[in-house]
Design a protein around this ligand. Structure first.
Ligand code: 13P
Ligand code: SF4
Length: 329
């Protein structure tokens, strides 16, 4: 009986395996198939959608997610979501953003400890001190921040729109926090003076310019795409810099023969599935926070309705305003 049930499950999930066979060996598929099947059923029963960030592992990204994208796309899609429940396969600040933009919905994060080194590098009190130190200078907060920090900010930005947001304010100087490297990378492209904070992404700060040069030596002709959370000297070595979605779009549009995505590891797996003719050089820097989200935890979230995201009403309105100002631009 057990055997025939398993065979039935494997048959049912076979079309899903076809999507990921390039990056998941056949021997691993039975480990995922049961949870994938259960999650797809639970989504229908609960009227739930799963929003997954580009750094989620391929079995989540390609087999259970309804919507995938970068932080900006996930925020926009969360705002439009009509399902009763939004499961955020990503990190806490993404789930908070979804709740802020669509407060009537139940937003679930499968692991409450899915943090972010950038979000934890700055507090609301720090922002108030910066305002005292630079009176009248507007505060642009990266979306990788807590709701409390957003509430102290004039406007948010993501890696996809940072320069545009900074320039939209029409002033000569802005405070841009908390990512020092994103701030310096934007400063290199604009005349607006930028006051930065010393926060770093623990994944992107580890890449070095020497490493990029060695990719080029070892893989002649490789096209180097870097995320703007990388240090400026890494960005200077890259052929293109952009958000996770912009990197995926670049590969789709230009189809380079060989490419390296200077960012979190799962991103290459997810894009490689879509463009089998492109060869991916794969340095691997894992985000431990993103990797806290797994199929069993997503399944459990849908079974138990945990963990539900709530935002302190005292800050929700101001935090929402900062995100909505960004989305309006
Ligand atoms: P994107 O907005 O480019 O997806 O990057 C956000 C991020 O840092 C996720 O960790
Ligand atoms: Fe935060 Fe970096 Fe992980 Fe993104 S990759 S969630 S910025 S620690």
């Amino acid at each position: 009986m057990e055997t025939s049930l398993s065979a039935d499950l494997l048959r049912r999930t076979a079309p899903l395996y076809e999507r990921v066979r390039k990056v998941i060996p056949p021997v691993e598929w039975p480990v995922f198939a049961g949870d994938i099947d259960a999650i797809r059923t639970l989504k229908r029963e609960r009227n739930a959608v799963i929003l997954a960030h580009n750094y989620q592992t391929p079995e989540i990204f390609h087999c259970v997610a309804d919507i995938v994208g970068d932080s900006l796309a996930l925020a926009r899609e969360a705002m439009k979501a009509e399902a009763d429940i939004i499961v955020l396969a990503g990190v806490n600040f993404m789930a908070d953003t979804a709740k802020l933009l669509n407060p009537e919905k139940t937003v679930l994060i499968p692991d409450l400890d899915a943090g972010c080194s950038l979000a934890s590098s700055i507090t609301a009190a720090d922002v108030r001190l910066l305002r005292e130190r630079y009176p009248g200078v507007p505060v642009v907060s990266y979306v990788n921040t807590s709701a409390a920090v957003k509430a102290e900010s004039d406007i948010c930005c993501t890696s996809a729109n940072a320069r545009k947001i900074v320039e939209s304010l029409g002033v000569g100087k802005v405070i841009m926090l908390p990512d020092e490297y994103l701030a310096r990378n934007v400063a290199a492209e604009t005349d607006v003076e930028i006051v930065a904070w010393a926060g770093h992404c623990e994944v992107h700060e580890r890449f070095t310019a020497a490493e990029i040069r060695s990719f080029r030596e070892q893989h002649p002709g490789v096209v180097v795409l870097a995320h703007p959370e990388c240090p400026p000297e890494v960005v200077a070595e890259a052929d293109f810099t952009g958000s996770t979605a912009a990197m995926a779009n670049y590969v789709g549009a230009k189809r380079p023969a060989r490419v390296v995505l200077v960012t979190e590891c799962s991103m290459s797996d997810n894009v490689a599935v879509q463009y089998p003719e492109v060869e991916f050089v794969r340095p691997c820097n894992l985000c431990p926070h993103m990797k806290r989200i797994t199929l069993p935890k997503i399944r459990r979230a849908l079974e138990t309705m945990m963990h539900e995201v709530t935002i302190d009403p005292a800050i929700a309105g101001r935090a929402r305003r900062a995100i909505e100002r960004m989305l309006a631009i």
